[in-house]
Design a protein around this ligand. Structure first.
Ligand SMILES: [Zn+2]
Length: 90
């Protein structure tokens, strides 16, 4: 960690509001370099109008989250796939 970013666990509260599961354990694939890892492994920058999560491998933007008074905008364009564990439905 550094003084300008925290790890992906810093997204837990903001994303828990949007997703019914803890999304920080989901595994994402970076568009830029193909690194696969948990959302918790991202570098999260919070000194912005929203939060920006960057790839620990290449520094590319994985996603951006902006929260307004009654809605949120989630830009996932830096992630090719997000693998989310869910309870067994069987
Ligand atoms: Zn990357």
């Amino acid at each position: 960690m550094s003084d300008t970013w925290v790890d992906g666990n810093g997204l837990a509260g903001a994303l828990r509001e949007l997703f019914a599961v803890d999304i920080t354990t989901a595994r994402g694939t970076c568009v830029g370099c193909g690194t696969v890892g948990p959302v918790a492994g991202a570098r999260v920058y919070t000194r912005a109008p929203g939060v920006v999560a960057r790839c620990p491998g290449c520094g590319g933007v994985l996603f951006r989250l902006v929260r307004g008074p009654d809605r949120a905008w989630l830009d996932l364009r830096g992630v090719t796939c997000l693998e989310i564990q869910v309870p067994d439905s069987g």
